[in-house]
Design a protein around this ligand. Structure first.
Ligand code: NCC
Length: 277
């Protein structure tokens, strides 16, 4: 199998990964009273953007002492992940949060206080849950990894004004397939990390996407998150998620200089609307 060039990979992503979110017209949600009441009437991509420039801020420990805060905040939209805070870390990660992408584990675990913490109350929320491979929505609905739907309902009732979407699980597996098809060896059958999911999400909303510390800079560290004193190299290299393969793919698609990765931890990707395929 020939190795695809960066532009070819980008076009493949644009063609094969459809970023969509759950709406109440889909089975089995159309028959569920809570869903017709609480799911957004429209897709995320029809409600948000298009934006000119966007920043995706990984949660990596190597963001510490980066001084990237001002640069990150200068983008039209900023995406952050899970429980990553800005309070107290503004100098390094900025303070703007347009979208927060959260996994279902964050929604369900008691430590994160998802329903009550103010961390989650700014910006647009997007949640996802590892769905079984090639399952339909009803099979997933009955076998989610974590209780994403009950927590979603609780959160929406407590914060009815905040936009909150759920990622369609086909995004996970369409993206997984792009990774697998471009690697020489079989990869683990687990969905891509929030980092890659968020990057694709922003590529469908923005003209240019800068991703920070997904490909580690010279500040690379075993510190897992910039906001916690916890050390584990698996946070950067992956265990459950095919993170190393995700990073390999992003490295090949990067349109910025290698020096920007090394010095700033910054990758530059074109949005889908800016590609000529
Ligand atoms: O750690 P996590 O991700 O919240 O980080 C968000 C994304 O940033 C990228 N990252 C993070 C740390 C690091 N050193 N290098 C990185 O490149 C990754 O792309 C990552 O996806 C997740 O993907 O949702 C994940 O969530 C955590 C955890 O559930 C949440 O932080 C809530 O506590 C997972 N950790 C565990 O399950 C223990 C992690 O595997 C993936």
């Amino acid at each position: 199998r020939p190795k695809l060039s960066g532009p070819e990979l980008l076009c493949q992503l644009k063609k094969n990964v459809e970023v969509s979110t759950l709406t109440a017209d889909l089975q089995p949600f159309s028959a569920l009273a809570w869903a017709t009441m609480l799911l957004p009437p429209q897709q995320l991509t029809s409600d948000l953007g298009p934006y000119k420039t966007c920043a995706v801020v990984s949660s990596a420990g190597s963001l510490r002492n980066s001084g990237l805060g001002k640069e990150i905040d200068s983008h039209d939209a900023v995406l952050r992940f899970n429980a990553a805070p800005t309070n107290g870390f503004e100098k390094d990660v900025g303070s703007k949060t347009t979208i927060r992408l959260i996994n279902s584990q964050v929604m369900a675990s008691d430590d994160h206080r998802f329903l009550s913490s103010s961390l989650y109350s700014s910006g647009v929320l997007v949640a996802w849950d590892p769905a079984p491979f090639s399952s339909n929505l009803s099979q997933w609905y009955n076998h989610t990894d974590y209780p994403i739907f009950s927590q979603y309902q609780r959160y929406r009732r407590l914060h009815p004004q905040q936009p909150f979407y759920i990622l369609h699980p086909h995004v996970e597996w369409q993206l997984w397939q792009r990774i697998q098809d471009n690697m020489a060896e079989p990869i683990q059958k687990n969905p891509p990390s929030s980092g890659l999911l968020g990057t694709i999400l922003m590529m469908s909303l923005c003209k240019v996407v800068h991703v920070y510390e997904f490909l580690p800079s010279r500040r690379k560290t075993e510190l897992c998150h910039y906001y916690q004193h916890f050390y584990d190299a698996a946070c950067t290299l992956g265990a459950y998620h095919p993170l190393l393969y995700e990073k390999n793919l992003v490295k090949r698609m990067n349109q910025g200089a290698n020096r920007d990765i090394f010095v700033h931890g910054r990758v530059t990707l074109p949005g889908f609307s800016a590609m000529n395929c």
